[in-house]
Design a protein around this ligand. Structure first.
Ligand code: SF4
Ligand code: SF4
Length: 433
């Protein structure tokens, strides 16, 4: 299908989906961006109204439409609150694809997405160079959170406190695995994801340890690619499709029961976005995507509903640590996964769960939203930080590495000393006691 045919088809699909919106405005109360800015254009209703006239607007002010569409965390809070069941995220993704198809990609995004992300080995090499030289530009600020900040004035880093690139990414520690199903009778393919591989390899190590402990066979193919979400949210369907096809080839090479990830964003991308943006591909590709996306599970879901958590021996620690849990939007709002990560934490010896106020309120990360609108993103993050602190917990856990980054940033900037962990890490600690 040519680019113009693809745009026209997406446009027709968009029109069909837009009529479902009743303009009731109930999404307003749920939108974290609207809460900060109070602008109707930032809420789903405002964006959908804008897209209703997309055909005309595309010729008069495509850049303006694109920018207004980009002021969105893609958190799905609006969709979760919508009484009419408007598939807001699918609409936003298609609209971004239409606009980028019409205007083309910016030079920076071309370099990042088409020069780097789409070539997994090049991306790995560049990240390894970055890890080697990052100390020249950054300095550590919080040893417990493992955060750093810029040494000099750097517009891209601004005031951020970020978790730096790991010295040894996960793919260098464990390039590949292929083990048989053990006592669980299950074999899974493990999709690592870029943030876990390059920033939080300890989460992947914990996941492998936990899966092996439960007798789950693991297929971990070498040179995994990105799930494609940075390309999809930039409207770059060409890069997105290349990454999906690359991953399909890699994972189709082996038989397994489930594809498992420890990253909320990767899970929801494979389950929800792959079928939406690959829907107009040839029949075989659509069938391949459907097959793999339907058997993709978040790691907590796999452990709780397919494997069964074990009663790990309780530690003799006199005072267990309290842990509060933040629901990543891509787990709870996108996939309805909320009880399973809590069950994993409850089963972890040495910890007890202490809920925070509004655990499912968005943390404000939103991927590229944080890069483009850092101030709004931080204001949303500060509300999350205040709720975490008010819970009085010793540790905050969340099932998404992007949320881990955002929560580490807001805690570190206010000099708080609270560890940020993935529930799987906490559960794995129990195996080592
Ligand atoms: S997206 Fe849903 S909640 Fe928002 S205005 Fe439309 S129908 Fe109402
Ligand atoms: S996805 Fe989130 S940020 Fe975007 S319009 Fe919906 S509620 Fe607002």
């Amino acid at each position: 299908m040519s680019k113009m045919q693809e745009i026209a088809k997406l446009m027709r699909e968009l029109e069909d989906q837009l009529v479902v919106c009743m303009r009731c405005g109930l999404c307003q109360a749920a939108c974290p961006v609207f809460e900060q800015t109070g602008r109707e254009a930032d809420v789903a209703r405002g964006k959908l109204a804008l897209l209703d006239g997309l055909m005309q607007e595309m010729f008069s002010d495509p850049r303006g439409v694109y920018e207004r569409l980009n002021r969105c965390l893609l958190c799905g809070s609006c969709a979760a609150n919508c009484p009419s069941g408007v598939d807001v995220l699918a609409i936003f993704m298609k609209a971004r694809a239409i606009l980028t198809g019409y205007m083309g990609l910016s030079a920076t995004k071309k370099i990042l997405l088409r020069g780097m992300l789409v070539h997994p080995k090049t991306f790995d090499r560049l990240a390894q160079w970055g890890a080697k030289f990052q100390q020249v530009f950054t300095r550590p600020v919080n040893d417990l959170l493992g955060t750093s900040c810029a040494r000099f004035v750097a517009p891209l880093l601004s005031e951020r406190h970020f978790v730096p690139l790991a010295k040894t990414p996960f793919h260098s520690q464990t390039p590949a695995l292929n083990t048989d199903a053990g006592e669980s009778g299950l074999k899974v393919a493990f999709f690592v994801g870029c943030l876990i591989d390059k920033i939080f390899p300890r989460v992947a190590e914990a996941a492998i340890q936990v899966l092996s402990h439960h007798g789950v066979g693991i297929y971990l193919p070498e040179a995994q690619g990105c799930c494609g979400i940075p390309a999809a949210s930039s409207g770059d369907t060409d890069t997105f499709k290349r990454l999906v096809e690359y991953n399909l080839d890699l994972f189709e090479a082996e038989r397994f029961d489930y594809l498992v990830t420890a990253c909320a964003t990767c899970t929801s991308t494979i389950r929800e976005i792959w079928p939406v943006l690959m829907g107009n591909e040839p029949k075989d590709a659509v069938a391949d995507v459907k097959r793999i996306s339907e058997k993709t599970l978040d790691i907590h879901q796999l452990l709780v509903s397919k494997v069964g958590l074990k009663n790990l021996s309780r530690s003799a620690t006199a005072t267990p640590l309290s842990v509060t849990y933040h629901d990543p939007c891509h787990l709870k709002k996108a996939l309805g996964v909320a009880t399973e990560p809590r069950a994993v934490l409850e089963a972890s010896p040495g910890y007890h769960l202490k809920e925070m106020h509004q655990p499912d309120a968005c943390c404000g990360m939103g991927g590229s939203f944080n890069l483009q609108y850092y101030e709004i993103s931080s204001e949303i993050g500060k509300q999350k930080r205040d709720n975490i602190k008010a819970s009085g917990a010793d540790v905050v856990a969340t099932g998404c590495p992007a949320c881990m980054l955002q929560i580490s940033d807001v805690l570190s900037r206010s000099k708080d000393r609270l560890a940020v962990k993935h529930p799987i890490e906490i559960y794995a600690e129990g195996l080592n006691r």
